[in-house]
Design a protein around this ligand. Structure first.
Ligand SMILES: [Zn+2]
Length: 193
């Protein structure tokens, strides 16, 4: 008479199975997550590469935003028809022409979140599946001078949570009024941001 082998697993074998399943789960999780470190550890390149792959939507929250290559990648995504929207900390309102003005002039919906002491999130949600987050600000200083980290996470469920939080901040954010490139200087990209 044939029996179901599953009911004959001994405790030791069961433990081995559990360990195997846990190991496989950890491996899958690792496959979904990449990490980059600055200075000069590829954070900016990782952001740009992920933006270049965007096909439908990009949501951005940033404290400081002065990176020219990241601004260009956002503008390029917008040109491809990707729905790009950006929420920034109020410290980005300076009257000087910067990457914030560059993306606003590229017809990217750009907002300022004045509700908090500082709006310190640094996240991107790309195509509802990819999350970029960490200490890495989207600035030249963060890439070249600072010690930072950036995680790139492929997880649609987590992306939904980040998207909901982004939407909550949009509710109290205000449209950004861009500075004119003719009258203002490109001046911001420094400090410890
Ligand atoms: Zn907010």
């Amino acid at each position: 008479m044939r029996t179901n082998p599953a009911i004959h697993i001994r405790p030791l074998q069961l433990s081995a199975c559990v360990i195997l399943v846990m190991t496989l789960a950890a491996a899958r999780a690792a496959e979904n997550i990449q990490v980059f470190f600055s200075p000069h550890g590829g954070c900016t390149e990782a952001v740009v590469e992920n933006l270049n792959r965007a096909t439908t939507s990009v949501l951005v929250q940033a404290y400081s935003f002065t990176s020219a290559p990241i601004a260009k990648a956002l503008a390029d995504a917008k040109k491809r028809g990707v729905n790009v929207r950006v929420i920034l900390d109020k410290s980005n309102v300076t009257g000087h022409y910067s990457s914030v003005d560059f993306v606003a002039h590229a017809n990217i919906a750009t907002y300022i979140d004045p509700k908090h002491a500082i709006a310190h999130n640094k996240i991107m949600v790309i195509d509802g599946t990819t999350i970029l987050t960490g200490s890495f600000n989207f600035t030249k200083a963060a890439e070249g001078s600072n010690a930072e980290n950036l995680l790139v996470i492929q997880d649609a469920t987590l992306a939904k949570v980040y998207t909901a939080n982004w939407q909550a901040h949009l509710e109290h954010a205000q449209p950004y009024e861009p500075a004119s490139p003719q009258t203002a200087k490109i001046s911001r990209d420094g400090g410890d941001r």
